[in-house]
Ligand binder design. Structure first.
Ligand SMILES: O=C(O)c1ccccc1N[C@@H]1O[C@H](COP(=O)(O)O)[C@@H](O)[C@H]1O
Length: 202
């Protein structure tokens, strides 16, 4: 089970997620209480071991701007969050960054990972980063294929059940490991990673 912990803003957040065993850590460049600027992101990314994927989260900016920030900060993956068309991903093809297509699951969603040229598909709740869960039974109609992450309202107490229900390749969390909006709780980060790792995968 691949585990991403998102919305990190301090060296302590990063050190905790890495020592807990996270596979990926996320830095939010989109407008959010978790937003980091490129200078802070560059410092935080420098402290992440190479085996842990660093992900920049973008929404509402041109793909080219996201790519510029990723290259400037040393981030390893660009997560385009929202209704980015295939052309946005095509624009970033060939850059030394992995691509994450983050979207809400609707009847029109192409649930094949790689359909837009991305490396990872991320299925999230309609309001990104809100901590709201979404109806996982929708997955009965549209079963994602390939490497995909489940996000949206996960926390240490519900992640094992969500994994059992949705059978994702990985999980992603932000709100569920916070003591208040935008402030990470290090104990919850550790609990989340342990719970996700201990979950049953078919
Ligand atoms: O975290 C944010 O503030 C955010 C803002 C804009 C786009 C995406 C954002 N976060 C993503 O939301 C999920 C986590 O959701 P939750 O808080 O656990 O419900 C994750 O994919 C983040 O990258």
């Amino acid at each position: 089970m691949f585990v991403k912990v998102c919305g990190l803003r301090t060296e302590g957040d990063v050190a905790t997620a890495v020592s807990a065993g996270a596979d990926a850590v996320g830095f939010v460049f989109a407008r959010s209480p978790r937003q980091v600027d490129p200078d802070l992101a560059r410092e935080l990314v420098a402290g992440v071991p190479s085996q842990v994927l660093t992900v920049g989260v973008f929404a509402g900016v041109e793909a080219a701007e996201a790519a510029r920030i990723a290259l400037d900060t040393g981030i390893g993956a660009v997560q385009l969050h929202g209704d980015y068309p295939p052309e946005a991903f095509a624009e970033l093809a060939g850059l030394p960054v992995r691509l994450v297509r983050a979207t809400t699951l609707t009847a029109d969603t192409d649930v094949r990972t790689g359909a837009y040229g991305e490396d990872l598909l991320l299925l999230d709740s309609p309001v990104a980063g809100s901590g709201e869960r979404w109806d996982l039974t929708v997955l009965d109609q549209a079963r994602p294929q390939g490497q995909w992450l489940l996000a949206g309202g996960l926390n240490p107490g519900n992640v094992a059940g969500a994994i059992a229900a949705a059978q994702p390749w990985g999980v992603d969390v932000s709100s569920g490991v916070e003591s208040s909006r935008g402030v990470k709780d290090h104990g919850l980060i550790r609990e989340f990673v342990a719970a996700a790792r201990g979950a049953t995968v078919r």
